[in-house]
Design a protein around this ligand. Structure first.
Ligand code: GLU
Ligand code: MG
Length: 657
């Protein structure tokens, strides 16, 4: 989940003193990268996925499923392979927020050949296998977005009581500090400092799903609440959660790809932003929280609230006195501005940004759009800082820039090249919830990356007012959004860029219409006019490129999954979980997910993951054609490209040195 610098963590009071220092040097560091690399050209498509897993331990006698806090120990073993064998290791492993979490990415990025799409699932399988080899047979690395009984008594193994006193990191009534990943200082530091900066505990309220026997009003019990913060912050008919772990302890599926230059990166950042809510709804996988059935299907607003460090003044609850801005959103939320020229006319929400930083960036030659974007990220304070990392070499370090950048957890992330590395300008797509099986996760990842190819090849245009993207983000999280909600979407995907004179006469809001996800993905009629649909466009694109038979067969299955999920022929994971709970004999129509239901649900998830249980409402049985390596001929070509690229890079380095 971001920058992994280590050292001696500073408290919020200490960090606060350095906030301006971090911002000042962060901007210098950004400018240094920008000046050096703004004209960098010709990078090839390279891309990768990130899958977050939870390590679940089953006790088949006691009929319990718990989160295993030894995840971090296994992670150390997995990470060692990379350290010992940098050129030959099966995958890359990184720590995540919780001690029960593991995050895996492919060992090497995938490339621009179509055959790479066929390697994603194999790599994901390999990653899961790698974990399985280390753990006991009662453990399983499950890619579930939210663990149903997270925060219920004894939800971890070993079990710990939460530390609710001043000494606690979260001070949660439910989430013990031991469940936070303690092997890296970032996670506890962030937790404590976000809470301290906010001036009160994290407060997350999400609507409960009101079933026949759910008490009305539904009220939480605060018998153990020592300072009354819980009772004060919780809302009737809502599930109340009070720690960063309730959000950052959830899992997701992310994709990062390298663009050929900064212009393309900015273009794709903007083009994919309107797709974020659509992918969120299509991947919805998390209706259960803290042992209850909620009325939402996605994790998004929960994580947003779980790292919301805004003070009362910043949230607009008190007049501004000590703080500088009223800020409408948490650090974790959807993007607030487009950054490409084409996107500018759709920037219709007030952007809060640091005027001085913006001016400084513009004086240094950065255009207004990018300057505003960076100055917007930099309204935030650093919330994690290490004493050894205060005074840095701004020519060669980017820690201060990354500090602010990587704690702006937005739907999309625009990523400058790291200092002194061969990596180019990149974009990260971050909204999707993680699915149970490698097949599904590969399908969602491939769908997004294929979409970038289609956008570029067919010059598609998905832009719409950013206020409407915000509206869609909230719709996307509602119960059964795919079936029930309508989303604003651009009617004409093939036309209308800012430099098109015809465009200027059209009201940006009239360019989109409310559509179902089915229409958006599969096509249909909108206001009497044919809308092509994203998947038919992808299929048109596939006709124009050369694809080997196996890859083609795999891609067809991936598109079929997405298409059927969009049309409702298959249901989302969220809907499937709801059905599982409501049909469970132990369920009393009271919105409670008992230990027994939790166990049976996790067992079913484990079996589906392993292919031992079919869930035909959720997905069809795939016929895998995925492979660990490229077909020999393509591999040869790829090696040739790599050698040429290396030569070019060496020549480039020789010319600049
Ligand atoms: N686990 C977080 C999520 O579900 C993402 C953390 C990260 O940025 O890696 O969105
Ligand atoms: Mg992560």
């Amino acid at each position: 989940m971001g920058l992994l610098s280590e050292g001696s963590p500073l408290t919020w009071e200490e960090t606060k003193k350095y906030a301006d220092h971090v911002r000042k040097h962060g901007i210098i560091q950004f400018l240094n990268i920008y000046q050096k690399l703004k004209d960098r050209q010709g990078d090839t498509l390279k891309w990768g996925d990130e899958v977050e897993y939870m390590l679940v331990t089953f006790d088949h006698e006691a009929k319990t499923a718990k989160l295993n806090l030894d995840g971090v120990k296994y992670l150390k073993v997995l990470e060692e392979k990379e350290v010992n064998n940098p050129d030959d290791h099966p995958a890359l492993w990184r720590p995540e927020y919780a001690a029960y979490m593991l995050e895996g990415t492919p060992a090497k990025p995938y490339g621009g050949q179509m055959a790479h799409f066929n390697m994603v699932e194999a790599s994901m399988k390999q990653r899961r296998e790698e974990v399985r080899k280390l753990i006991t047979e009662n453990d399983s690395p499950l890619s579930v977005t939210s663990f149903p009984r997270l925060g219920c008594p004894n939800f971890t193994t070993p079990s710990y009581q939460p530390t609710i006193t001043e000494a606690g990191v979260s001070r949660s009534l439910y989430f013990p500090d031991e469940a936070i990943n303690g092997t890296h200082p970032r996670f506890k530091t962030l937790t404590r400092n976000i809470r301290s900066r906010k001036g009160e505990k994290i407060a997350i309220n999400i609507p409960i799903f009101k079933d026949k026997n759910t008490p009305s009003p539904f009220l939480e019990n605060f018998d153990v609440d020592i300072d009354g913060q819980g009772a004060k912050a919780s809302k009737p008919d809502h599930i109340y959660m009070d720690a960063m772990g309730f959000g950052m302890g959830n899992s997701c599926l992310q994709v990062t790809f390298q663009a050929c230059n900064i212009r393309e990166a900015r273009h794709l950042y903007d083009q994919l932003a309107p797709l974020c809510p659509i992918l969120l709804a299509l991947s919805a996988a998390s209706p259960l929280y803290k042992g209850y059935v909620s009325d939402i299907d996605c994790r998004w607003n929960i994580i947003a609230a779980s790292v919301d460090c805004r003070t009362k003044e910043e949230r607009g609850l008190e007049p501004l006195k000590n703080d500088r801005y009223v800020i409408p959103k948490s650090r974790y939320d959807s993007i607030d501005s487009y950054i490409s020229e084409e996107g500018d006319r759709y920037n219709d929400i007030d952007l809060v940004f640091d005027e001085d930083i913006c001016q400084h960036l513009m004086n240094s030659g950065i255009d207004r759009l990018l300057a505003r974007h960076i100055a917007h990220l930099f309204i935030r304070d650093p919330v994690s800082l290490f004493s050894e990392k205060i005074n840095l070499d701004d020519e060669n370090d980017t820690d201060h820039f990354e500090n602010i950048q990587s704690t702006n957890w937005q739907t999309m992330r625009f990523k400058p090249p790291p200092a002194n590395s061969p990596i180019g300008w990149r974009v990260e797509f971050r909204p999707s919830e993680v699915q149970l099986t490698d097949f599904e996760n590969a399908a969602y990842v491939v769908f997004v990356v294929l979409l970038t190819r289609v956008i570029l090849s067919f010059k598609l245009n998905f832009l719409m007012p950013i206020s409407k993207v915000d509206y869609n983000m909230q719709e996307a999280q509602k119960r059964d959004a795919v079936g029930q909600c309508k989303f604003y979407f651009r009617k004409d995907l093939r036309t209308c860029y800012a430099n098109d004179p015809q465009c200027n006469n059209v009201n940006i809001h009239d360019e989109c219409a409310l559509m179902s996800i089915d229409t958006i993905i599969n096509g249909g009629e909108v206001d009497g006019v044919e809308f092509p649909g994203v998947i038919p466009l992808i299929k048109d694109y596939l006709q124009t490129v050369e694809v080997d038979v196996d890859t083609s067969c795999t891609i067809v299955q991936y598109l079929e999954l997405i298409s059927r999920r969009a049309s409702g022929k298959l249901i989302t994971m969220a809907k499937w979980i709801r059905q599982f709970v409501s049909q469970h004999p132990d369920y009393k129509q009271d919105s409670v997910v008992s230990e027994q239901i939790n166990y049976d649900l996790m067992v079913a998830c484990d079996k589906i993951t392993k292919g031992e249980l079919e869930a035909p409402e959720l997905m069809f049985t795939p016929v895998p054609k995925t492979r660990e390596d490229l077909p020999p001929l393509i591999k040869k070509m790829e090696e040739k490209y790599a050698a040429e690229e290396k030569k070019r890079a060496e020549q480039g380095a020789a010319e600049t040195s």
